[in-house]
Design a protein around this ligand. Structure first.
Ligand SMILES: [Zn+2]
Length: 674
């Protein structure tokens, strides 16, 4: 054990990555838990009458350093993990959830919170303060503050178990994603794959001192393989490997974990007096209850299904004509969709990629943020980072420092798949000082090679804009309380800024700012832009059906008494009944690798992607009528939505900005579902 001082226990602004060693985390978190407990004790032992300030506000500003250290730890565990970090996570996660329970089950503390809550009219609270009070009060009652001692103990055991299971679930998915490789030495078998993809596969093989080409289940390898490889058998092999992750007879199987998670969540909800886990979750969402979610999904399903069936038939006819394929399988979908797309639009990802050099796209999203919100970005080289691939930027609003922004864009074996926004420090105002946030975007875009820069597919461009939309929500945060700041809003509202920003990727006026050919400097041709827009509707019925199917699967896992579930495969089959287009594939299951709902926080929340699409389509519709860079409108969006975080209910914020309630008309039109 090192004798050095633990840097995590010192005061720091930017995370001091270079000095942090793995072995610092556990002792630091243990010490900070202790320190936070002392802060809480000071609140409960206060002899004065409970007030908003000495109770709610004091509670809100306790454990600040603990929050910083745990966010550093969990961000690293997602973006730069190792067996060692995963082991530490297994140790500290139960510790933290136990501590969380210590607070929410602290009777003396709850009594004080309740006293403030019951006397709220006495304190002359602002809108933000009242929201904080309500949320704090709910955080107790929703965690068992009103239960008897025995039930509280049960609840603590459940939470402990759940936090371990969720971690294990995610680790299994990552392990199984890393465990499979398709190693091909015969180039003949790789027909159809573009050169850039082959080069990546060749470089990967080389790095493992193997001849030929290696493909993996990580998105930058898997997705293009499924799209372009004309060898149907190999596509099948890849798809089955992907779809069987954590559903095989090995140590990484997640079937038991899924069943355990679902049944513990149900028990927990019951204990707290809710009908199901979904009822418990949705109580605090814009949607409010399972019925609303089901009718929202079914309404969309009704509109999308006929369009999806028609589009799927087109795909099947096309595959039949082209390759005499009688039955389209799920490993054929991406391949023929790409081919049909190319035939219908004579435009494919590879043609577009030269216009989307990563650096240009980043500068594009920065320029758009400048036009909309007056933000400027300065790359800085004196900020510590956890990996050399990470870039750091200072963000200014008309010269005023607004945030620190980390950008971590390339895949590594220690990074989980996908793309996300996170923060190393929240924004808040204390003692008159506005503490600015440290925001991060983590993605998995192909790395530049020796002779080619990193060129993004159009899908990756929208992903970058999406995550940056979340980042803006964090960067522009301007609230007093950290727990209400930035993206701390209800789950079915949190995707509005991110999905909204994607819309600019389809607009000529925006693309002209950054979509230059990386060799010639030529601006992306207008015909490409028009095609991109048309493409937005291509097979959109099928895509919508797929999203709805995930939403239904999620709801079905959580809006049920799990004792009724016999077989995990049967449960999934039943959920997909109304939405499935492809034949069943034995030995494949979605649920065992559905990390969104079993590892992440999306349980009974997957619908929120579509929910937020309704909001973003409705919002962008407004921008299109007033001008996509209309300064009044973007100012109103910044003032009413981005800066407000969770200080006001989402429906009120939205109405203030839009002047009316959201309508799904915009989405139906944009997706061509009418
Ligand atoms: Zn998102």
């Amino acid at each position: 054990m090192t004798q050095d001082k633990n840097p995590l226990l010192e005061q720091f602004d930017e995370a001091p990555f270079s000095r942090i060693k793995d072995e610092h985390f556990k002792p630091a978190i243990e010490a900070l838990v202790k320190e936070t407990k002392a802060e809480i004790d000071a609140i409960t032992s206060n002899k004065d009458e409970p007030t908003f300030k000495n109770t709610i506000e004091a509670l809100e500003f306790s454990g600040m350093q603990l929050d910083r250290v745990t966010s550093i730890f969990f961000n690293l565990n997602s973006a730069e993990t190792s067996e060692n970090l995963q082991k530490i996570a297994q140790e500290i996660s139960p510790l933290l959830s136990e501590f969380g329970n210590d607070i929410t089950l602290n009777k003396a503390l709850f009594e004080r919170v309740k006293a403030v809550y019951n006397n709220k009219s006495k304190f002359n609270l602002s809108e933000e303060q009242e929201m904080l009070l309500n949320k704090k009060y709910k955080s107790f009652t929703r965690n068992g503050a009103n239960l008897n001692a025995e039930d509280q103990k049960k609840l603590r055991e459940i939470d402990n178990e759940l936090s371990k299971l969720k971690l294990k679930f995610g680790e299994n998915v990552l392990a199984e994603t890393n465990n499979f490789q398709l190693h091909i030495t015969d180039l003949e078998k790789l027909k159809g794959l573009p050169e850039s993809i082959l080069n990546d596969a060749k470089e990967l093989a080389k790095s493992q001192k193997k001849p030929g080409y290696i493909f993996t289940l990580h998105y930058p390898s898997y997705v293009p393989f499924m799209k372009y490889a004309s060898n149907r058998e190999l596509r099948k092999e890849m798809a089955l490997a992907y779809g069987s992750r954590c559903y095989k007879n090995n140590e990484y199987n997640n079937e038991e974990n899924v069943l355990k998670i679902v049944s513990l969540r149900y028990k927990r909800a019951k204990l707290l007096g809710y009908k199901t886990h979904s009822d418990y979750v949705l109580e605090e969402r814009m949607a409010k209850d399972p019925d609303t979610v089901y009718s929202f999904l079914n309404d969309l399903l009704e509109k999308a299904k006929p369009v999806a069936i028609k589009q799927f038939k087109e795909l099947e006819d096309f595959a039949k004509k082209l390759d005499d394929i009688d039955q389209l399988q799920k490993w054929d979908g991406a391949y023929y969709t790409e081919k049909l797309k190319k035939q219908s639009f004579s435009l494919d990802d590879e043609e577009l990629k030269p216009y989307f050099k990563l650096e240009n796209v980043i500068s594009g999203v920065f320029k758009i943020s400048e036009k909309l919100f007056n933000l400027t970005f300065e790359e800085v080289f004196n900020i510590e980072k956890y990996h050399e691939d990470v870039k750091t930027f200072k963000v200014y609003d008309e010269g005023k420092f607004k945030a620190l922004f980390y950008a971590d864009f390339h895949p590594r074996s220690g990074k989980r798949p996908g793309a996300w926004m996170t923060s190393f420090k929240s924004q808040y105002i204390k003692d008159g000082i506005n503490h600015r946030p440290h925001i991060s975007n983590v993605c998995n875009f192909s790395k530049p090679s020796k002779d080619k820069p990193s060129l993004l597919t159009f899908n990756e461009v929208t992903t970058l804009f999406h995550e940056f939309g979340h980042a803006l929500h964090g960067i522009l945060a301007d609230t007093i309380y950290p727990s209400l700041s930035g993206t701390s809003v209800s789950w079915d509202f949190v995707e509005l800024p991110s999905q909204l920003l994607e819309n600019w990727c389809y607009e000529k006026e925006a693309l002209e700012l950054f979509a230059f050919h990386y060799k010639t400097g030529e601006i992306i041709p207008t015909r490409f832009i028009n095609k991109i827009k048309e493409l937005n509707k291509f097979q959109e019925g099928v895509q919508t059906l797929r999203q709805i199917s995930f939403g239904i699967l999620d709801m079905d896992w959580h809006n049920i008494n799990p004792n009724k579930i016999k077989l995990i495969s049967e449960q999934e089959f039943n959920s997909f009944k109304t939405t499935k287009l492809y034949p069943e594939t034995t030995d494949n299951l979605m649920s065992t690798s559905f990390a969104h709902i079993f590892q992440g926080g999306y349980s009974s929340g997957y619908y929120s992607y579509k929910w937020a699409e309704v909001l973003d389509a409705d919002t962008f519709d407004y921008f299109q009528t007033k001008g996509i860079f209309n300064p009044d409108l973007s100012f109103s969006f910044k003032e009413n939505i981005l800066s407000k975080g969770g200080t006001v209910s989402p429906e009120i914020l939205y109405e203030k900005f839009r002047g009316k309630n959201p309508s799904n008309k915009g989405l139906i039109e944009r997706a061509g579902l009418n």
